[in-house]
Design a protein around this ligand. Structure first.
Ligand SMILES: [Zn+2]
Ligand SMILES: [Zn+2]
Length: 365
C-alpha cells in the first residue's frame, strides 16, 4: 500500500492511540465534506488512515506488512450506526465516549464503489430533488415552423399554499430537528454482499429542512409540497421536429426544500395537407396548364406565411423545381430558415374538344 497512513494523519510512527484519535478528529473536522473548506478526497484518505491506525490490530499488521488483511479483526465492535455525516452542530457522534466508528472497514479495496457512493449520495440535497416529469404536447405544422408558446396544465407536486412551502402551520414556532440535528440528512445502513454501505438520505422527520415546526402544516403534513394543478408556459422553439423533446428546467415535481425536478415535453407535430417537411425545407407541388407551361404565367403558391406569387417562365418543363428562398422551416436554435421547394407539374389534358384539336393541329412543333 503506497499511502503512508502516519503521514496522512500527521502523526509520528510512535504515536499512541490517543494521539492518533486526536489527530484524526481534528483533520476530520477540517476536511468534512459538509464544510465549506471540506474536501471529500482528503476526508476519505483521513478516514482510510484512521480505519487502520485507529485499530490496534490493523495498525500492527500495517506496521509489519505495510498493509492490512480484510476480515482480520473486527472493526471496533460492530457499531455501524456511527454517523460520519451527522454534520451541522457539533459533528454529531464524536462524543466524549469516543465512539468514532466509520464502518468502511470492509470497503478498503472497493475504491470505486466507495467513490461513487460519495459522489452520488453525499452532495447536499441530491436525494431531495423532486421527480422529473414528462408531458406530451401536440402542435401543428406551422407552429413547428415558427415556434410557439403554449400553456399546459399539469397535475404535479407544487408548493403548498397553506405554508408557502415551509412545512410549518402558519404561526407555528420553528425548532431544530432533533432527529438529524439540523443537518437535514440521516445515514442509512444498507447491507450488501460487499459489506455495509452507509448512504445519506433526507431526514424524513424534517423533510431535509433541518427544522421542525411545533405544528406541522395540516395540508402538506410538513412536506412543503402537495399535489395540485400548475399552469406552465411552454416555449417550443421554431424548427422543432415531430418526436423531439423540450426540457424545461425546474418544472418537474417539487421536492424537499423546494428543489424541483425537470419537465420534459415530448412534442408531436401534426401532418399538414399542403406542406411536407424535409429537413428544414418544405416541399410543395403546383399544377399548371399546358398553356401556362408553354407561354409562362404568374401563379399563386401557398407558403406557411400565406400565398405568394411565383413567375412561371415560358417553356417550363413538368417536374421543374422552383426554390422559394427562406420560406422553409426555422433552423432550430439558429438564425435563418430553410427554403420552400415548389415542384411544378404540367397537367396534360386527357381529352380535347373539336375546336381545341383544330388549334393543336395547327401547331408546327
Ligand atoms: Zn431532520
Ligand atoms: Zn404545507
Amino acid at each position: 500500500m503506497a499511502t503512508d497512513y502516519y503521514k496522512v494523519l500527521g502523526v509520528d510512527k510512535a504515536a499512541n492511540q490517543e494521539e492518533i484519535k486526536k489527530a484524526f478528529r481534528k483533520l476530520a473536522h477540517e476536511h468534512h465534506p459538509d464544510k465549506k473548506t471540506g474536501n471529500i478526497d482528503k476526508f476519505k484518505e483521513i478516514n482510510e488512515a484512521y480505519q487502520v491506525l485507529g485499530n490496534t490490530e490493523k495498525r500492527q499488521q500495517y506496521d509489519q506488512y505495510g498493509q492490512t488483511f480484510s476480515g482480520a479483526g473486527s472493526n471496533g465492535g460492530g457499531r455501524p450506526g456511527g454517523n460520519p455525516f451527522a454534520g451541522g452542530q457539533g459533528f454529531g457522534g464524536f462524543g466524549q465516549g469516543g465512539n468514532v466508528n466509520f464502518d468502511f472497514g470492509e470497503m478498503g479495496d472497493l475504491g470505486d464503489i466507495f467513490g461513487s457512493f460519495f459522489g452520488g449520495g453525499a452532495g447536499r440535497g441530491q436525494s431531495a430533488r423532486g421527480h422529473d416529469l414528462q408531458a406530451e404536447l401536440t402542435i401543428d405544422f406551422k407552429e413547428a415552423v415558427f415556434g410557439v408558446e403554449k400553456m399546459i396544465e399539469l397535475n404535479k407536486q407544487i408548493k403548498c399554499a397553506n405554508c408557502a412551502g415551509s412545512g410549518a402551520e402558519p404561526g407555528s414556532k420553528i425548532n431544530t430537528c432533533s432527529t438529524c440535528g439540523g443537518s437535514g440528512r440521516v445515514v442509512k445502513i444498507q447491507q450488501t454482499i460487499l459489506g455495509n454501505f452507509q448512504t445519506q438520505v433526507t431526514c424524513s422527520d424534517c423533510h431535509g429542512t433541518g427544522q421542525k415546526p411545533d405544528k406541522k402544516c395540516g395540508v402538506c403534513r410538513g412536506a412543503g409540497h402537495t399535489r395540485g394543478q400548475e399552469k406552465i408556459k411552454v416555449i417550443i422553439p421554431g424548427g422543432i421536429s415531430d418526436g423531439q423533446t423540450v426540457k424545461i428546467s425546474g418544472k418537474g415535481d417539487l421536492g424537499e426544500r423546494g428543489q424541483a425536478g425537470d419537465l420534459y415535453i415530448l412534442v408531436s407535430v401534426t401532418k399538414d395537407k399542403n406542406f411536407v417537411r424535409e429537413g428544414d425545407d418544405i416541399l410543395t407541388e403546383a399544377h399548371i396548364s399546358l398553356k401556362q407551361a408553354l407561354l409562362g404565367d404568374k401563379i399563386e403558391i401557398a407558403t406557411v406565411e400565406g400565398p405568394i406569387s411565383l413567375k412561371i417562365p415560358e417553356g417550363t418543363q413538368s417536374r421543374t423545381q422552383f426554390r422559394l428562398k427562406g420560406k422553409g422551416v426555422t433552423h432550430l436554435r439558429q438564425h435563418g430558415r430553410g427554403d420552400q421547394l415548389v415542384e411544378v407539374i404540367v397537367d396534360i389534358p386527357k381529352s380535347l374538344t373539336r375546336a381545341q384539336r383544330k388549334l393543336v393541329e395547327q401547331l408546327t412543333f
